[in-house]
Write a protein that binds this ligand. Structure first.
Ligand code: C5P
Length: 404
C-alpha cells in the first residue's frame, strides 16, 4: 500500500441513483485506509440510502439538503467548508439530474454548490438507466464536464435496477477506490508515456492437461503497471496465467499463456512502448513436442521429455530497442544477488535491473512485500516494502534516468 493513499480527506457526494445503496461499502473501505470521509446527500439520495448508515460508517453526521443555508448545525457554511476541506470530491452515483445541474453551474443543493466551490479534483460516476445515460442531453452534459477537467468514469454494462440490460451500472467499489487513488496521486511524471509491462508466470504445456510453470503470481508486475498508471502513463500489460488479484482498472491487459505467446504480444506492442518492464517469470524451457492427447499413465512407468529453450524476450527487446526506449528487468536470484543481476543487465541490454532474493522471507513469489536492489550503471539502492511501494520506488529511479 502506498502511504499517500492513506489518511486523505474525501468529500463524497451521493445523489439519486439506486446504486447509492452500494455507497456504505465504499465509505467503510475508505475508513480502513484511515481516510476522513465527509458525506453529502441530495434529497433524492436520502430516500435511497440511509444517512444514519453513512454517518455511522464515516464517524461523522452526513450533510443533508436541510443543512443548506440553515443554522441547524451552527454557522458553518457546509458547501464552502466542505469544498475547501476536501482533497478530492467524488460524486457516486451521479444522477442525470446532478450531471445536468453541474454542467449548467447550478447551485441549488449542497452537492451542486460544493461542486461549484471546490478547487479539488472532481471524479464523477454516472449511474442510471441506459436510455437516460445514452440520451444526447446527458452525453452532452458529461462531455461539458469532462472538458472542464472533471474526471467522468464510464458506468459499467450489465443488468440495471430498472430491469434493463445495458450501460449504466455503478462500477464496483474496487474500481472507485482506484479512481480516487488516481485523483490523489502526487506525481504525474509519466503523463503521455507508453509503458508495456510483462507480468506473471508462463505455462508450457506437455500435453493438454499438464504443464511446466512457476509460482509467480504477477503481483510485482501488476504493481509496476498500476503505479505507472497513477503517474499518468498509458499502460499495457502482457499477463501470463495468474489469478487476477485486485483491480486492473486503467490497464489494458493482454492475456497470454506460453512464453512464445508472451514474446509475440511483446513484439506486437514494442513499437508503441516508450518503456518496457519485464517483470514476468518467463519459463526458460518448453517441451520440444506438444502431445495432442492426454498422456495415459497405464503401461508407462516413466516419461521423458526433451525440453528446448524459450526465447529470451528481454534480450530480444534489448537488441531491437529504439533510441530513447527505456528497459527495466527483474532478476529473481537465490545467490550472488547483485553480481548475477548486473551480469543479466549487461547481457540483456537493460537500463535498470530490480534484483530480489526470492529465498529471503517476505520476498519474491506470491508475497505481498518485497526487498529489492534497484541497480543501474552508476547506482545501487536497497528498498523494502509492499510490492506497490517497491514498484513506486522503481519508477522514481527509472524516471530520473529515462526522463531527466
Ligand atoms: O530468468 P532471468 O533471471 O534471466 O530473468 C531476468 C529478466 O529477463 C526478467 O526481467 C525476465 O522477465 C526476463 N526474461 C525474459 N524472457 C525469458 C527469461 C527472462 O524476458 N525467457
Amino acid at each position: 500500500m502506498l502511504e499517500w493513499k492513506r489518511s486523505r480527506k474525501i468529500l463524497l457526494c451521493v445523489t439519486g441513483g439506486i446504486a447509492a445503496y452500494k455507497i456504505p461499502d465504499l465509505v467503510s473501505r475508505l475508513r480502513k485506509l484511515d481516510c476522513e470521509v465527509e458525506i453529502v446527500l441530495t434529497k433524492a439520495a436520502e430516500s435511497i440510502v440511509s444517512p444514519l448508515a453513512l454517518s455511522t460508517l464515516s464517524g461523522r453526521r452526513a450533510w443533508l439538503q436541510d443543512d443548506f443555508l440553515s443554522d441547524k448545525r451552527g454557522f458553518e457554511i457546509p458547501h464552502i467548508h466542505l469544498a475547501d476541506w476536501a482533497e478530492v470530491v467524488v460524486v457516486a452515483p451521479c444522477s442525470a439530474e446532478t450531471a445536468s445541474g453541474l454542467a449548467q453551474g447550478r447551485a441549488e443543493s449542497v452537492v451542486a454548490a460544493a461542486l461549484l466551490a471546490t478547487r479539488a479534483p472532481v471524479v464523477l460516476f454516472p449511474a442510471m438507466n441506459v436510455h437516460m445515460f445514452e440520451h444526447p442531453a446527458t452525453q452532452q452534459n458529461l462531455r461539458i464536464l469532462a472538458e472542464r477537467g472533471v474526471r467522468v468514469v464510464d458506468p459499467e454494462f450489465g443488468s440495471l435496477a430498472c430491469g434493463y440490460e445495458g450501460k449504466g451500472r455503478l462500477p464496483e467499489t474496487a474500481l472507485i477506490l482506484e479512481e480516487i487513488a488516481y485523483a490523489l496521486s502526487p506525481r504525474r511524471n509519466l503523463a503521455g508515456r507508453h509503458v508495456l509491462v510483462t507480468a506473471g508466470p508462463t505455462r508450457e504445456y506437455l500435453d493438454p492437461v499438464r504443464f511446466i510453470s512457476n509460482p509467480s503470481t504477477g503481483k510485482m508486475g501488476m504493481a509496476m503497471a498500476r503505479t505507472a498508471w497513477y503517474r499518468g502513463a498509458e499502460v499495457r500489460v502482457v499477463l501470463g496465467p495468474a489469478p487476477r488479484v485486485g483491480s486492473t482498472h486503467g490497464l489494458e491487459v493482454h492475456d497470454v499463456v506460453s512464453a512464445l505467446a508472451m514474446r509475440d504480444a511483446v513484439m506486437e506492442n514494442l513499437e508503441w512502448a516508450g518503456c518496457v518492464v519485464k517483470a514476468a517469470a518467463v519459463g526458460d524451457y518448453r517441451s520440444e513436442e506438444r502431445v495432442e492427447h492426454k498422456i495415459k499413465r497405464e503401461k508407462k512407468d516413466s516419461l521423458t521429455f526433451s525440453l528446448v529453450q524459450n526465447p529470451d524476450i528481454a534480450a530480444e527487446v534489448g537488441k531491437n530497442r529504439r533510441a530513447g526506449q527505456f528497459l527495466i528487468g527483474f532478476a529473481a536470484e537465490t545467490d550472488d544477488l547483485v553480481q548475477n543481476a548486473r551480469a543479466k543487465m549487461a547481457r540483456k541490454g537493460l537500463d535498470l535491473m530490480v534484483a530480489n532474493d526470492v529465498s529471503a522471507p517476505g520476498s519474491g513469489f506470491g508475497a505481498d512485500t518485497n526487498t529489492v536492489r534497484i541497480i543501474s550503471d552508476d547506482d545501487e539502492t536497497q528498498f523494502s516494502g509492499s510490492k506497490e511501494a517497491v514498484a513506486d520506488a522503481v519508477w522514481e529511479a527509472a524516471v530520473r534516468r529515462w526522463l531527466p
